[in-house]
Design a protein around this ligand. Structure first.
Ligand SMILES: [Zn+2]
Ligand SMILES: [Zn+2]
Length: 253
């Protein structure tokens, strides 16, 4: 849902202080997954924010992190807010509404702004704030967003730097620094949830990643344990290969 939030001043407040209040609010909402990364802050008749909500009720205070709570209180002290839904943002994914889930995949790609977690029961993205926090002592999901930024940056570097070996390996090898940092998050959250989160790996088919012919399908070999992976059909036209033991996944080919 793409929305406009107009700020109506309750008292005089200068532009610099307003900027500080607004950026604090927007950044903390994004870090908590309540808005996606495409937010904008404009000055029209009044100051106006444009935000994409993953789900209709994402701005509900019950989802607020301690940072959103604090920034929301500071902003609302100076401004009243009027929210107007503008329509569906066609650039974003559909979000999961399953009552319970049995597994998720952690996956992203270049310039992706959606949640990195995909429900494997319905194939839709999962709003971050619905999930357990991603590490000890974290109060929101900024480490998930920062992993996503790093992944996207690595992908862009790889494509723009003549497919060099370093950036290629960071995306493909399960034990690269980039992938290890993502797997650590997936493992931590999976333990809290009590169901698997498969960490998605890029495939450099034929170079280091192997597959085996099974019937009419090419199924990947797990790069960590060396065993044949299992084909999982998420939707009619979306399938992945997973290793239940190592919690790794590839796109099905
Ligand atoms: Zn779902
Ligand atoms: Zn394995």
């Amino acid at each position: 849902m793409f929305c406009k939030i107009e700020l109506i001043p309750k008292k005089y407040i200068d532009e610099e202080s307003t900027k500080e209040l607004v950026w604090g609010f927007l950044v903390s909402l994004h870090s908590n997954g309540q808005i996606l990364k495409d937010y904008k802050f404009t000055k029209e008749k009044n100051y106006t924010l444009y935000v994409t909500l993953p789900k209709q009720d994402s701005l509900d205070e019950k989802y607020d992190s301690k940072y959103v709570k604090r920034n929301r209180a500071n902003l609302y002290d100076a401004y009243e807010t009027v929210l107007t839904p503008l329509g569906r943002n066609m650039e974003i994914a559909d979000y999961c509404t399953c009552k319970s889930r049995s597994a998720m995949e952690m996956v992203t790609y270049t310039r992706d702004i959606d949640s990195v977690f995909v429900c494997l029961d319905c194939g839709k993205s999962v709003a971050l704030y619905e999930l357990p926090l991603p590490a000890d002592k974290e109060e929101d999901y900024w480490i998930v967003n920062s992993w996503q930024d790093n992944y996207s940056s690595m992908d862009i570097l790889w494509m723009n730097s003549l497919f060099d070996r370093y950036t290629g390996n960071q995306r493909v090898k399960h034990d690269s620094v980039l992938n290890k940092s993502g797997i650590k998050i997936a493992e931590y959250m999976s333990e809290k949830l009590g169901y698997p989160i498969y960490y998605h790996l890029e495939c450099d088919y034929g170079n280091s990643v192997k597959a085996e012919q099974v019937g009419d399908k090419q199924i990947h070999i797990c790069p960590k344990c060396g065993k044949l992976m299992k084909r999982l059909d998420i939707t009619d036209n979306d399938s992945i290969d997973v290793c239940a033991e190592c919690r790794l996944s590839y796109d099905a080919h």
